[in-house]
Design a protein around this ligand. Sequence first.
Ligand SMILES: *Cc1c(COP(=O)(O)O)cnc(C)c1O
Length: 241
Amino acid sequence: MQNIQQNIARVRDSIRRACQACGRNPEEVQLLLATKTVPAASIRIAIEAGERLIGENKVQELRDKDAALQGLPVERHFIGHLQSNKIKDVLKYATCIQSIDRLSIAEQLHKRLEAENRTIDIYVQVNTSEESSKFGIPPEEALPFILALQHFNTLRLKGLMTIGLLDADPEYRRPSLRKLRLVRNQLLREGIAGPLGLSMGMSGDMEMAIEEGATLVRIGTAVFGNRVPGKEVWNESGAQH
Ligand SMILES: *Cc1c(COP(=O)(O)O)cnc(C)c1O
């Protein structure tokens, strides 16, 4: 349990050092704790250690842990694959959806948000590694996709998200992380309003992601330890990566 605090300190230190190494200000990089399968009691320890941002992959987990986190100063992002039958619930708990990759989902979110007279932050998920099993829109479709999203003025575009290539050799991941930055730069050149953040980098490739421009890293294992094998379902649909 006390390990969680030490792990957080270690991760924060790595972020600082990675930023220094490439001349970036550590304040440009937000830390999101990826808490899939992590019990509320452990999340509470992280919050007590000063963390303020968590991300869940399943709406079910957002809902299940909600009561135990009531009143705590924590913001929740949704980082998994969003199914349309979960839209109503995800809007109850999350302040940001990082995994927008279909216009149909965007439209349904917009309709509900309009009815509720409010907005939500989003990231567009880009598939930068060209693995067919992965969610996210292809890089070359990012511009038309984001132009189409502009019809939905309840969705506030904060940036792009990618999961990167989950290869044993982290150097193979660099091109997919870099790709997200290049896509972002292109969008800005085409006149999409910035700033646009880059949500990328996990326990295995955090430093590299920071070098490539990450503004938000999503860290699970390095803080909470290994997840129970077999229970590691990344997405609502049950899809594994
Ligand atoms: C689990 C998860 C992470 C964190 O992965 P770790 O390797 O445990 O740090 C980041 N992003 C997403 C979308 C995840 O599902």
